[in-house]
Ligand binder design. Structure first.
Ligand code: ADP
Length: 278
């Protein structure tokens, strides 16, 4: 049954609503975002987003194209630092530590908060080297045997080992699109991240490759926190425990995925999920 008293379509909702909309998980939060704003020059791309992301959850970020989903997740490993003119304000804590603090080195941060992109982007190196590269530069293996162990375990966790174990020296770019994306996931896992950010990871993949990645997400969440941007509401419903709906740079609503899709609290969310816009 729909809640007749849910928030109105007016997105200039009250200050109280803005400050509490995402703040429901504090006790189990791995990432706490408080009043995050992002500007590209004069463009105010993310406005006052407050959101907690829990341990061992897959949170889906949905919303119309250009609403700020990518911009928001790119704040979580400071990828926006690489965009000229981009400015981030507010506070983002990872396990209680401010990631925009003066003492933070972004290199280990980006290992701790790994990222998988829309288009699979393996290095032009062998399958083995794609996975071994990160552990090697972060000094995670003391011997060749340890490095081989990390590569095997990472490829197994990414569901790719059986398909590539006999051709580890072949180029990563020779794999199919779905295999390349799982190789990129293995590469991310290999440096022991706590959080994996995924920006439309299946948009370049066919349905079978997509299904494999979705199944993998469910397995990976026992170990990692996952934030996934997706333009597919069906995918959000299949893979996530919570869903956050963004609109014009604001977080409109976040909640249990089933609830967001069956009983959205905000008119804007309902309009999007029923296909009225987006
Ligand atoms: P989404 O991922 O929801 O499609 P984005 O985060 O890519 O949205 O974009 C949010 C807004 O910020 C859009 O208006 C987009 O045009 C703008 N934007 C994104 N990246 C840049 C950039 N590098 N420079 C200027 N504006 C940008």
């Amino acid at each position: 049954m729909r809640d007749k008293n849910r928030a109105s379509p007016d997105i200039n909702y009250s200050r109280e609503h803005r400050e509490t909309v995402g703040e429901i998980l504090s006790a189990n939060a791995r990432i706490q975002c408080r009043k995050v704003n992002v500007y590209y020059g004069d463009k105010h791309a993310i406005q006052d987003v407050t959101l907690d992301i829990g341990r061992n959850e897959v949170i889906a970020l949905i919303g119309p194209s250009g609403c700020g989903k990518s911009t928001f997740i790119r704040c979580l490993n400071r990828m926006n630092d690489t965009v000229p003119g981009c400015r981030v304000t507010g506070e983002i804590l990872m396990d209680g530590r401010a990631i925009y603090g003066p003492d933070i080195d972004v290199v280990p941060l980006r290992a701790q908060v790994g990222m998988v992109f829309q288009k699979p982007n393996p290095f032009p190196k062998s399958i083995f080297e794609n996975v071994a590269y990160g552990p090697r530069i972060h000094g995670l293996a003391l011997s060749k045997a340890e490095l081989e162990e990390i590569v095997e375990v990472s490829l197994r966790r990414a569901g790719l080992w059986d398909e590539v174990k006999d051709r580890l020296n072949h180029p990563g770019t020779g794999l199919s699109g779905g295999q390349q994306q799982r190789l990129c996931i293995a590469r991310t896992i290999a440096v022991n991240p706590e959080v994996i950010l995924m920006d439309e990871p299946c948009s370049a993949l066919d349905p079978i490759a997509t299904a494999k990645i979705e199944q993998l997400l469910d397995e990976l969440r026992s170990q990692f926190t996952i934030a996934i941007v997706t333009h597919s509401m069906q995918q959000a419903a299949r893979v996530s425990q919570r869903t956050a709906y963004f609109h014009l740079g604001r977080l409109i609503e976040v909640g249990e995925t089933a609830q967001v899709f069956t009983n959205p609290q905000h008119q804007l969310t309902e309009d999007y999920i029923t296909g009225r816009f987006g």
